[in-house]
Write a protein that binds this ligand. Structure first.
Ligand code: PLP
Length: 392
């Protein structure tokens, strides 16, 4: 199946009609234990002589179908699915890093990932440093030292939508003996496959585009077998297991991934171009715009530019409040990547969770609004944004 094209794999890879019933869709298998027919079978399983399902935290058939499909879509040997994107990220980092190691992360990124890396990893004796996303490859090259075992970047980054050359970054990392882990949540494998550009692991908040319907939490990490084996070994101990019910919904979401992401990317590009020309808009951060510093890099690596964009409005916080409060089609809420468009004011959301210094460093200004474009009609979304802009 992996020789087929992406869209065929999105539908078929990792699953087949249920052999026991002929059901076309992979069933939700809700069972904690999977029983053995004999003590000899249990013994053979325990000795590693046979593979079969044993216990829900170790493996589940519905979850395994997600993992197999994601491995094919990312061009990986294998994948581990978990109960959230943060579970995938924290398990991956803890599995690959040891006390005394150091890691680097680009400083434009999901605030919890950045917080975990800088503020929580030191509890395990691991140093996590933020590196400026501007000129990331050079900055990483300057920071890499003998203790740096891993570098992480989002692709594109969130909320400023930066995209360095992943192959240049991978080369710099590998020369120094460090792994490159890419959080490609904002792109999804329909638009960008980091392993093809030299990354060692790709991870996702599957809550976003992979599931696509704003109705579940999940995470996935994919890569070559020896790294995934290390991640899975710790995953089984930490126990942030994905249940069969969200796994079923995730499998269903993956089948329409390309359609959804391509459609919402086209809408986002249209809106980004329109927003760039609006008087109340000071800046539009979107890699699909020719004015974007990473446009050429994005064009070379992505098949479309994604459906997240951020804008800086020409207004004070009250004016920005009037803008978001006037939106009727676009809801105000955390998350991205679903069929419903969402707006998020990270500065306000983070006012109590981050220091002023951190908010300044991350560029979370009063004027910044992140938009996740869904599947609504582009004309209705444009009219909604115009309604907001009239209130500035
Ligand atoms: C880029 C990115 N990575 C990871 C996460 C964490 O994922 P989850 O919310 O599924 O734990 C998020 C959540 O917003 C995200 O935006």
């Amino acid at each position: 199946m992996s020789n087929q094209h992406f869209d065929t794999n999105a539908v078929h890879a990792g699953q087949q009609p249920d052999p026991s019933t002929g059901a076309l869709t992979t069933p939700v298998i809700r069972s904690a234990p999977f029983v053995f027919g004999s003590l000899a079978a249990m013994d053979a399983y325990a000795a590693g002589d046979i593979t079969c399902f044993e216990y829900g935290r170790t493996a589940n058939p519905t979850v395994r179908a997600v993992e197999r499909k994601m491995a094919v879509l990312e061009g990986a040997d294998d994948a581990v699915a978990s109960s959230s994107g943060m579970a995938a990220l924290s398990t991956t980092l803890l599995a690959l890093l040891r006390t005394g190691d150091r890691m680097l992360v680009a400083d434009d990124g999901y605030r919890r990932s950045l917080g975990f890396i800088r503020d929580s990893l030191p509890r395990w004796g691991i140093q996590g440093d933020w590196v400026p996303v501007d000129d990331l490859v050079d900055n990483v090259a300057a920071e890499l030292d003998a203790r740096t075992r891993l570098v992480m970047v989002e692709a594109p980054t969130n909320p400023h939508l930066r995209l360095p050359s992943l192959s240049d970054l991978a080369e710099v990392c590998h020369r120094a003996g460090a792994l490159l882990v890419v959080d490609a949540t904002l792109a999804s494998p329909a638009l960008l496959r980091p392993l093809e550009h030299g990354a060692d692991l790709v991870l996702h908040s599957a809550t976003k585009y992979l599931a696509g319907h704003n109705d579940l939490l999940a995470g996935v990490v994919a890569g070559r077998q020896e790294l995934i084996d290390e991640v899975r070994a710790l995953h089984l101990n930490l126990g942030a297991t994905l249940d069969a019910d969200p796994a079923f919904l995730l499998l269903r979401g993956l089948k329409t991934l390309s359609l959804r992401v391509k459609h919402s990317s086209a809408t986002a590009l249209d809106l980004a171009r329109w927003l760039e020309a609006q008087p109340g808009v000071r800046a539009v951060y979107y890699p699909g715009l020719e004015s974007n510093p990473d446009h050429a890099s994005a064009r070379g690596q992505m098949s479309a530019y994604g459906a997240v964009l951020s804008i800086e409005l020409d207004a004070d916080l009250d004016g920005v409040g009037r803008f978001v409060d006037a939106l009727q089609v676009i809801y105000l809420g955390t998350s991205l990547g679903g069929v419903e468009s969402l707006a998020l004011h990270l500065g306000v959301m983070m006012r109590h969770g981050l220091t002023r210094e951190d908010r300044d460093r991350l560029g979370l200004t009063d004027q910044l609004v992140r938009l996740s474009i869904g599947l609504e009609d582009v004309d209705d979304l444009r009219a909604d944004l115009a309604r907001g802009l009239r209130q500035l």
